[in-house]
Ligand binder design. Structure first.
Ligand code: DP6
Length: 344
């Protein structure tokens, strides 16, 4: 799969409607902070793994004249959405409408197949699925690179979920140059998720990253170290050296959290269970297992390991952390269109 490939077109259905699925991704080298808030141009490049089993499927139908709506309608997991969720979806639909030269509103129906309660239903899969379905429904036939740029405007991390497996989002400096592309990964990696809490966060990642950029004295230092982390991570991947990759991934995430903890006022997503999980990972590591932790804008702990060792890591974490759900995810596919008759 290259960035210039277009998405395979399934059997044709109604021309104003399309359905797409995308998988969530977890960043190994993080994106945290924007140079352009409107276009979502990041301050740094980032690297991620798109995961199997964490999917969003979205149908977008632009109105036909006969049942014209006054606004876009959004349903997520059976519930109609208003407020910020609807505003963010409509903003991306506006971009698509202006690219396609259409004016009709859309009905958007979205379903998350997360194998456990919330907490990981990420904006990465949501906006990658939306960009793919909505652009196709609007009559645009975009390449994966164009889709990545479009998904980025919904949520930065979604630019990477257009691709399966490992993806590198080049920061770039404008709309054209800021896109993700696939990175060959000769290792079979896995992420073991320790679900510390499924409740939705009080501070959005968008707000937390903005606060880190504008108020943390550590932010610029972290951005500088991020460039070296990315270089070292790509080098370790090429050499199939998980023992070199793991520590870079863990330090990069801790550095990002340091910028949150030193923001004014501070942002602390960690719960006691997060600390317990981090310590359990340290313990596995000191017993010679390939296990390194990474955390995002929430309390859940994601453990990087190899697919071959994942079952052992998962079992060890279950034993050490009774009461918490633990699930393994291997690399998953990129965004794809589904046949129009697919039921969601
Ligand atoms: C910590 O992509 O959710 O997961 O672009 O404002 O929508 P917006 O932010 P979002 O932020 C993701 C931040 C992160 C790190 C990462 O995925 O790289």
């Amino acid at each position: 799969m290259t960035t210039q490939d277009s998405i395979n077109v399934p059997s044709a259905g109604e021309s104003n409607s399309a359905i797409a699925t995308a998988n969530a991704n977890i960043a190994l080298i993080k994106y945290w902070g924007k140079a352009d808030e409107d276009l979502i141009i990041p301050n740094m490049s980032s690297l991620s793994l798109t995961l199997e089993g964490l999917e969003t499927t979205t149908r977008v139908s632009f109105d036909t004249a006969s049942h014209s709506e006054q606004t876009d309608l959004l349903y997520i997991d059976g519930k109609q959405q208003q407020g910020n969720a609807l505003r963010r979806v409509s903003a991306l639909l506006d971009t698509i409408r202006s690219m396609a030269g259409i004016h009709s509103h859309a009905v958007v129906t979205s379903h998350n197949t997360v194998p456990y309660e919330a907490g990981l239903a990420s904006s990465s899969s949501a906006f990658a699925a939306l960009a793919t379905a909505a652009s196709y429904a609007a009559g645009l036939k975009l390449t994966r690179r164009e889709l990545s740029r479009l998904a980025r405007r919904g949520s930065g991390s979604a630019s990477r979920s257009i691709f399966g497996g490992m993806a590198l989002w080049h920061a770039g400096h404008d709309d054209d140059s800021s896109f993700a592309e696939p990175v060959p990964c000769p290792m079979d990696l896995a992420i073991v998720v320790v679900l510390i809490s499924g409740s939705s966060k009080k501070i959005s990642s968008r707000e937390a990253m903005q606060r880190s950029v504008t108020t943390s004295a550590l932010y610029n230092a972290w951005v500088e170290s991020n460039a070296k982390d990315l270089h070292d991570a790509l080098d370790a991947i090429k050499r199939e050296d998980i023992a070199a990759l793991g520590p870079v991934v863990q330090t990069n995430s801790l550095g990002m959290h340091a910028t949150m903890m030193t923001a004014k006022p501070p942002v602390l997503y960690w719960l006691p269970g997060s600390v317990a999980a981090m310590q359990a990972v340290e313990d596995l590591h000191s017993h010679g297992m390939n296990a390194w932790a990474t955390m995002d804008a929430g309390p859940n702990v994601k453990v990087l390991t190899t697919a071959a060792e994942a079952a052992q890591v998962e079992q060890a974490l279950r034993d050490k952390l009774p009461g918490f759900e633990v699930h393994t995810h291997v690399a998953g596919p990129g965004a794809r269109l589904l046949p129009a008759e697919h039921d969601i």
